[in-house]
Design a protein around this ligand. Sequence first.
Ligand SMILES: C[S@@+](CC[C@H](N)C(=O)[O-])C[C@H]1O[C@@H](n2cnc3c(N)ncnc32)[C@H](O)[C@@H]1O
Length: 311
Amino acid sequence: MTPIQFSSGDVIADRRADYARMLAEAGDHAAAAELIEQALEIVPGWTAGWFLLGDYCEKAALPAKAIEAFSRVAEQDDTGLFGAELKLALLGAAPTPETPPSAYVEGLFDDYADRFETALVEKLNYSVPQKLFSMVAPHAPFARVVDLGCGTGLFGVEVAAVTQRLEGFDLSANMLAKAQEKGLYHHLGQADLSDASAVDSLFAAELPRQRADLVSAADVLMYLGSLGTTFGLVRALLRPGGLFAFSVEDGGDTAEGFSLQPSLRYAHAEAYVQALLAECGFTLLDLMKTDIRMDAGKPVFGILFLARLTA
Ligand SMILES: C[S@@+](CC[C@H](N)C(=O)[O-])C[C@H]1O[C@@H](n2cnc3c(N)ncnc32)[C@H](O)[C@@H]1O
């Protein structure tokens, strides 16, 4: 992926951007927006600058200007790295994307990988791996587990002792590198679960179809939105009778099935997940509604599912 260009390439514009950042940190987002606008007059092609302008305008309660700035980012950023379309959707200026741009999620986690465990586990009370493992433990041991969106390997830590062969797949190379350091996974690979062509890496040489007796996705599906493609991949990974254990953020009973949250993650309705499980041939074995982590000082509520492939 291409790194985000945080320097504008112009010394004066960079200096204005630095002042803008200081003003934003002090809480004066309107003044920060004015300074970044001045920087953008010098370097109008600076995509990260337009993103900062959108961010400051949003925080300064200037939604029309924020929409203008994020639209400019969307025009200039064909990879979707900045996630501007998610911002536009939240501001009501674009439809909610079925899935976020993969480059945005990949960039987010590549950047986060070094801090992930301290940030999430130590500071935000992240508990999905342990809670999900408590649901699958009665079905252990496992011959072959495929951990989707394995991240740094926190679910691997729980399940490794009762698993003969553990595989992990993730979109982010930096998260995979952290999982590798744990030395728990027999195979690690890069795969995008929102893309049906992920089959190429999930089923490469010596990785046959229908090989897993457990597929897990701990705290992953909130980065996906529509889940049809991923559930299809899970079905192809599982042997008949195999288990699928996963979590979603609890979206209540939203009619659309999933909704984009201010956190830029998706929340899913229980009814949407249950219907999709049934459609893909799964029978629900267990469900847990619980808090899964803190965000901005408040608990985030999730639903953990355990289902069996029966049809
Ligand atoms: C919050 S982390 C959870 C990691 C791990 N499962 C755990 O419980 O600690 C979410 C992980 O999902 C991965 N992810 C998000 N979207 C993905 C996608 N479309 N395909 C593959 N992995 C994805 C991210 O790269 C990240 O490592």
